[in-house]
Ligand binder design. Structure first.
Ligand SMILES: [Zn+2]
Ligand SMILES: [Zn+2]
Length: 291
């Protein structure tokens, strides 16, 4: 079946192209994320040591009053802060620039943390969002950049997050937007490639198995569910094919005649037609002496 063979080669080439595209888009997303992080870190590098000082107080298990006091000092030392909060793992505000916010919920949409290092601190379901009635109204301003500065574990094992926003120049804001869009685009391409790769690998196995004396559908389904594992098992277990010496088409090893050209694929006894092995001097089936 030369048509099947050709189709399978096309699938294989497509799979390789998809893998290359997958690696490129993964690298692109990584670089995009890295660039965003660099930009964000470059904005106010002097903020980081002060933030980690506050983080150390959380780790020591200091009282909310102490944290509130230190947060106020931190804000007064750095004018670029629009807002600053310490929230607990239920998004309740423990300390804030605006002391009226303490006890209310920070209106944050926690999404799953797909990339480590990007400012998405923890996985949270939408249903677990704080109720709007108890939420603090956070001012929105395009020149303020929201950031999770750090997450710190207190001695009682509760996790606290220092979050807030600070002023950034419109140039940096534009750059962040651009790299954010670029990263998202790369991730989309990666996801599409991943799905295509998954499906095509199963199709490749199915098409390859169809040319061999084996259950092609079963191998295809196995690969559809286990992907690379099924593919590897198939590569080890698949019955071998050999080339027809007459027409060069791949043929299953158990065939006596080529299915493409009809040529005899095995040496056979002239007397009984039984299959012969190279070194035999007599036919193993009828005992006929070889020439
Ligand atoms: Zn042939
Ligand atoms: Zn014979």
């Amino acid at each position: 079946m030369p048509g099947t063979l050709l189709a399978n080669r096309k699938i294989a080439i497509t799979i390789i192209s998809i893998i290359i595209l997958m690696l490129l888009s993964m690298g692109g997303a990584y670089l995009g994320g890295l660039k965003q992080k660099q930009l964000m870190d470059s904005v106010n590098p002097q903020l980081n040591p002060s933030i980690s000082e506050l983080g150390k107080l959380i780790q020591k298990g200091e009282t909310p009053e102490v944290l509130q006091h230190q947060l106020k000092i931190l804000i007064s030392n750095h004018e670029q802060f629009g807002d600053l909060f310490i929230i607990n793992q239920d998004a309740t505000i423990i300390a804030a620039k605006d002391t009226n916010a303490v006890g209310l919920a920070y209106p944050i949409m926690f999404t799953s943390n797909m990339f480590k290092g990007l400012p998405l601190p923890f996985a949270y379901k939408k249903s677990e969002m704080p109720p709007p009635s108890n939420s603090y109204t956070v001012m929105s301003n395009p020149n303020l950049m929201f950031k999770v500065f750090g997450s710190y574990k207190a001695p009682d094992n509760n996790l606290y997050h220092i979050i807030g926003n600070y002023h950034v120049s419109s140039t940096i804001n534009e750059q962040l937007d651009r790299f954010g869009y670029y990263t998202m685009l790369c991730m989309r391409v990666y996801h599409i490639c991943f799905i295509l790769f998954w499906l095509l690998l199963a199709i490749w196995v199915y098409q390859d198995a169809r040319r061999r004396p084996t259950n092609a559908a079963a191998w295809g389904i196995l690969t559809l569910f286990t992907n690379v594992i099924g593919w590897l098992v198939y590569l080890i277990a698949r019955p071998m094919l050999s080339l027809c010496p007459n027409c060069n088409q791949e043929q299953s090893n158990d065939l006596k005649f080529c299915t493409s050209c009809g040529a005899l694929l095995k040496s056979c006894c002239t007397e009984c037609g039984g299959e012969l092995k190279g070194e035999w001097e007599y036919c193993g089936s009828c005992g006929h002496k070889m020439g």
